[in-house]
Design a protein around this ligand. Structure first.
Ligand code: GLV
Ligand code: MN
Ligand code: MN
Length: 420
C-alpha cells in the first residue's frame, strides 16, 4: 500500500475468514453453494454474526433475515452510514462474490476501531438476504423488500422449486415471529450506502487499475416460463403428432440469444440459465418444461425492446407447436444511478491512499440497485482474475482485496463524521 495508507488492514486474518466461510457450503471445496435458508446459509449467517458481535457491533435481524450490525456512533440523532453485501451463493459459485463486501466491511470496521476512530454517525453493516435468485427466481429479495420495490402482495406469490412460499420458508428458517411488512426501511434511515464487491468482469484487470467506482448499475429482468405439451411413448408417437414441451423450450432459448444479439446494443445480454423437463426419461416425450431467463442492458429502452421480442417469440413458438404456456415476469427493473457526491467521496478516498481508480458501470446487479432507492449509493469494485465470477475458480488476490477494504474504511471514516 502507498504512504497515504492510514487504516492498517489485517489482510491475513480477513483471508483466513474468507477461506473459513467458503467451507460452509452445500458442496465440497472449492465449490461454494449457499442457497437461501439452506443449512449452509443459516450456518454462514451464524459465522458472520459471531464476527460482528466479537467487535461490539449490535446485531438485529428482520423478518426476511436481513442482518444489521451497528457500530454505534457518538451522535444517535444522525442517520448511520451503511455498507454491506451478501453471503448467499448460487450453485457452483466461488468464495468472493458478496463475501468480500461483508467480511471486508467487518475488517474495515476493525481497522477503524484499531485506528482509534470514534464515529459520529453510526456505521451499519447490512448482510442482505438472498441477493442471488436461486430459490425464488428473483434476485435481491432482501433489499427489494427493504426499499419497498417488491410489494408484499407480490412477495406473497413467490414460490420456490418445491412449491413452498416465502412465508413457509422464512418461518422454517426462524424469522416468522415478525411480520414481513416490518422489513421496509423508513425514509432517511441511512445517510449513504457503499458496497464493496469484486468486479465480476475483466475491465479493471485489463487496465491494471486496482479500484472501480460504480456510477451506474445495468437494468436486470427475468422471466419464468412454464410450458405444457403432451407426453407419450418415445417409440409409439410419430413426429407429426408430437407436442414436445422441451423442443418449444429449446426454440425459446435460441430466441433469447437472438433477441440479445440483434438488439443493436453490445450491452444486451440474455441467458436461459434454467431448463427443467418432466418427466425426464429418455423414452418419454417431455410433457412439461420450465425455463428461467435473465435479460439485461445498461439502457432500459433496449432491454425492454428485447424483452418484448422474446415474449412475442414465446407466443409464436407455442402457437406453432401447440404448447400452452404461462409466462411470469419475475422482475423488470430500472437501472440505478449512483450518487455523484458519493462517487466523488470514494474517488477522494482512493486519492488519499494513492490508488488509481476509474469510474465504471456494473453489469451485474447488486443490492445497491435497490439501496439506491433508499439513500445515496455507490460501489467500490476490485479486480478479479480473468473477470471470472459465479464459478468455483473465481479469485481476487489478498493484495487486491486489501486495497478495496482500505478504500472502504477510508470512505466509512469520512462519511461517519461528515455528510456527503
Ligand atoms: C448477481 O449475482 C447477478 O446475477 O448479477
Ligand atoms: Mn452473484
Ligand atoms: Mn454479488
Amino acid at each position: 500500500m502507498s504512504d497515504g495508507h492510514q487504516n492498517q488492514i489485517d489482510i491475513a486474518r480477513l483471508q483466513r475468514e474468507i477461506d473459513e466461510l467458503s467451507l460452509i457450503s452445500e458442496n465440497p471445496p472449492p465449490v461454494v453453494t449457499r442457497v437461501l435458508f439452506s443449512e449452509a446459509d443459516l450456518r454462514a449467517r451464524e459465522f458472520v454474526k459471531k464476527l460482528c458481535r466479537e467487535i461490539g457491533l449490535v446485531v438485529r435481524e428482520d423478518a426476511v433475515g436481513n442482518i444489521f450490525a451497528r457500530w454505534k456512533g457518538s451522535d444517535d440523532g444522525l442517520a448511520p452510514v451503511a455498507t454491506g453485501s451478501h453471503i448467499d451463493a448460487i450453485p457452483n459459485a466461488g468464495k468472493f462474490d458478496g463475501v468480500v463486501g461483508v467480511l471486508g466491511a467487518i475488517e474495515a470496521i476493525r481497522s477503524l476501531q484499531r485506528s482509534g476512530l470514534t464515529p459520529k454517525r453510526s456505521i451499519e453493516l447490512i448482510i442482505f438476504t438472498a441477493e442471488e435468485p436461486t430459490r425464488f427466481g428473483i434476485g435481491c429479495l432482501g433489499s427489494r423488500l427493504l426499499s419497498g420495490s417488491l410489494s408484499l402482495d407480490r412477495a406473497g406469490t413467490l414460490r420456490d422449486g418445491e412449491g413452498k412460499t416465502l412465508e413457509d420458508r422464512r418461518k422454517t428458517a426462524g424469522f416468522g415471529n415478525q411480520k414481513l411488512e416490518s422489513v421496509r426501511l423508513e425514509p432517511n434511515c441511512y445517510s449513504a450506502f457503499v458496497e464493496l464487491h469484486i468486479e465480476q468482469g475483466p475491465l479493471l484487470e485489463n487496465e491494471n487499475i486496482p479500484i472501480g467506482v460504480v456510477e451506474k448499475i445495468a437494468a436486470p429482468s427475468s422471466l419464468r416460463i412454464e410450458l405444457t405439451g403432451v407426453g407419450g411413448h418415445a417409440g409409439a408417437v410419430l413426429m407429426p403428432e408430437r407436442r414436445d414441451a422441451l423442443l418449444a423450450g429449446a426454440e425459446i432459448a435460441l430466441a433469447v440469444e437472438r433477441a440479445a444479439l440483434e438488439s443493436g446494443s453490445p450491452d444486451t445480454v440474455g441467458t436461459t440459465g434454467v431448463l427443467r423437463v418432466e418427466p425426464g426419461a429418455v423414452n418419454s416425450i417431455p410433457c412439461r418444461a420450465w425455463l428461467e431467463i435473465d435479460l439485461r442492458d445498461t439502457r432500459v429502452a433496449t432491454r425492454d425492446a428485447a424483452l418484448k421480442r422474446i415474449e412475442t417469440a414465446v407466443s409464436e413458438i407455442c402457437r406453432r407447436r401447440k404448447i400452452t404456456f404461462a409466462l411470469d415476469r419475475l422482475n423488470v427493473d430500472a437501472p440505478a444511478l449512483c450518487d455523484a457526491k458519493l462517487v466523488q467521496a470514494i474517488s477522494d478516498s482512493c486519492d488519499d491512499l494513492g490508488l488509481a481508480c476509474i469510474r465504471m458501470i456494473s453489469r451485474a446487479y447488486h443490492d445497491s440497485l435497490f439501496m439506491a432507492q433508499v439513500c445515496p449509493t455507490s460501489m467500490i469494485f476490485i479486480p478479479c482474475r480473468d473477470g471470472v465470477s459465479h464459478r468455483p475458480d473465481e479469485f481476487s488476490s489478498p493484495e487486491q482485496i486489501e486495497k478495496g477494504v482500505a478504500v472502504l474504511a477510508g470512505v466509512l471514516a469520512r462519511l461517519s463524521v461528515d455528510s456527503i
